[in-house]
Design a protein around this ligand. Structure first.
Ligand code: SF4
Length: 186
């Protein structure tokens, strides 16, 4: 049976994009082939501290964690990373669906996306762009803006067939590295 490198599993509220405000279980995989300068999940870039679990073991963890939440139905599971496309997620997404969870993914889309997903958030990086097939499958596009070049990238995308909604966040006005625009096609 396949195992997946788990960096962390936690219950929280989605704070970004189209599903903002929805409670969800986050399954953060370890291992990343993208290497962003401004990475906010550095600990998850390597599998060195990961716990390798099967899909069944991950589902058991979720049952345990969800027991802490007064939910009437299973929460959606957001698979994030690291970079989730480094792994064939078919066994995991099948097991999660069987347990009644909707399955969402957040990915840079650098490799083929393997598995069945109910919502795909694509976060393209200019230095390591997504595969064409992943652009086509995206429900939502999220872009972190750290430089003028990133802004230009967003402007180019806004002339494509996507319809976007932008949100912007500036944590430290003027520091130039923390603005992010989140977009989704509707
Ligand atoms: S893709 Fe995510 S985990 Fe990987 S380097 Fe970029 S921000 Fe960090």
């Amino acid at each position: 049976m396949k195992t997946y490198p788990i960096y962390e599993i936690f219950v929280s509220v989605q704070g970004e994009g189209a599903n903002t405000g929805r409670a969800a279980i986050f399954v953060r995989l370890a291992g990343c082939n993208v290497g962003c300068e401004w990475c906010d999940s550095e600990g998850a870039q390597s599998t060195k501290n990961a716990e390798w679990l099967t899909a069944t073991e991950i589902c058991s963890r979720l049952s345990r964690d969800v027991m802490l939440m007064p939910c009437s139905k299973p929460l959606p599971v957001i698979i994030t990373g690291g970079e989730p496309t480094m792994y064939d997620l078919t066994e995991l997404t099948d097991a999660l669906h069987e347990a009644g969870h909707a399955v969402w993914v957040e990915t840079s889309g650098t490799e083929p996306l393997r598995g069945t997903f109910d919502w795909i958030c694509l976060s393209p990086k200019q230095h390591r762009p997504p595969l064409a097939e992943n652009w086509e499958r995206a429900d939502e596009i999220k872009i972190v803006i750290g430089t003028e070049k990133d802004l230009e990238f967003v402007k180019e995308l806004s002339t494509s067939n996507f319809q976007f909604i932008f949100t912007t966040r500036m944590e430290q006005p003027g520091d130039g590295a923390t603005a992010d625009y989140r977009l989704y096609n509707i």
